[in-house]
Write a protein that binds this ligand. Structure first.
Ligand code: NAP
Length: 291
């Protein structure tokens, strides 16, 4: 029986997914009973008014509250007088590790963190795509492999992660997901400055960005990089910097920083000679000497 503390996006989507995969959901305990009832209806399970009722009825308890609420939940759990040895307590935060649950581990429970590498903005879409979504797992306790088997039998792909690498893992996820959005926002805004409406600008970048993404995912970064830095077109880069630096200092810094990082990929491509690589680095480095 799987129970959820926190009847929000992740808890509801995971519950629906597990239910669809034939697993039994005990139910939901949440800050508001209303949310618990809503999610329980979607998973043919119970809405619990008291947290100990959920714990009593569940072998696996997944905490899907906001990150900041997990410590409070842990405190509440520690007050419950039961045999914790046959319980798995797991949270789904990407940034935080399972050590947050150590007080319950001390009481005998298996304590884990399970993070789906997915944005749960839309519950139904998340349920649909969970089967193709890798999840990372770390933690300790005798029931860890049993829990992992249960997830794998539910057709989920689990990667075990070193507990010390969780922060770096989550920072990487933010870079590729959140900052990709930011990068696209910067590009769209620059196109607006160049005279396009936001709608047209978004349409303009569609094939370019979806094609690039597809290439990176299938061929890797080295084989996907094109453009002036990859070709060693120094005059084109100077022209870009010339126009950007005139009225957008922030964009100039971003262009230079990402440009310098892009040279690392160009080196891997082994297409440009050493002299061109040095010149590229100079032009991207030197803020005053673009001409
Ligand atoms: N969203 C994502 O894309 C995503 C992806 C991967 C992992 N995660 C992780 O998954 C966890 C849940 O995120 P989420 O996006 O599902 O959050 P969410 O939609 O905001 O849902 C959180 C739920 O927890 C309930 N809650 C808040 N404080 C509580 C408490 N003290 N006790 C019991 N229930 C409480 C809320 O209550 P009420 O509704 O009852 O008011 C809400 O239903 C977080 O750790 C997050 O980092 C999120």
């Amino acid at each position: 029986m799987i129970g959820f503390i926190g009847a929000g996006q992740v808890g509801t989507a995971l519950g629906i997914y597990f239910h669809k995969m034939g697993l039994t959901i005990s139910g939901y305990y949440s800050k508001s009973l209303e949310s618990a009832i809503k999610s329980s209806k979607r998973t043919h399970s119970n809405a619990y008014e008291h947290i100990h009722e959920l714990i009593d009825s569940s072998e696996y308890v997944i905490i899907t509250t906001p990150d900041d609420a997990i410590c409070n939940v842990v405190k509440k759990l520690c007050d419950i007088k039961i045999d914790w040895n046959d319980k798995v307590i797991c949270h789904t935060s990407g940034a935080l590790s399972s050590t947050l649950l150590d007080p319950i581990f001390q009481l005998g429970a298996t304590t884990l963190s399970l993070h789906p590498m997915l944005s749960f903005a839309d519950i139904d879409y998340a349920v649909e795509i969970l089967r193709q979504t890798p999840l990372t797992l770390e933690g300790k306790g005798t029931l860890m492999s049993k829990f992992k088997n249960m997830l794998e039998n539910a057709s989920l792909t689990i990667h075990e992660i070193n507990i010390n690498q969780k922060a770096l893992y989550h920072a990487s996820a933010c870079i590729v997901s959140n900052y990709l959005v930011t990068l696209m926002d910067i590009g769209i805004s620059s196109l607006e400055q160049a005279g396009f409406s936001r709608k047209d600008a978004t349409q303009l970048i569609a094939p370019l960005t979806t094609g690039t993404l597809q290439n990176v995912l299938t061929k890797g970064t080295k084989n996907s990089l094109t453009g002036p830095i990859s070709r060693g077109d120094i005059n084109t880069i100077k022209a870009h910097l010339d126009t950007i630096s005139r009225d957008n200092r922030e964009l100039e810094q971003i262009y230079r920083l990402l440009g310098k990082r892009t040279i690392n990929i160009v080196k891997e491509q082994k297409q440009l000679d050493e002299y061109t690589l040095i010149k590229l680095k100079e032009v991207l480095q030197n803020e005053k000497n673009n001409n």
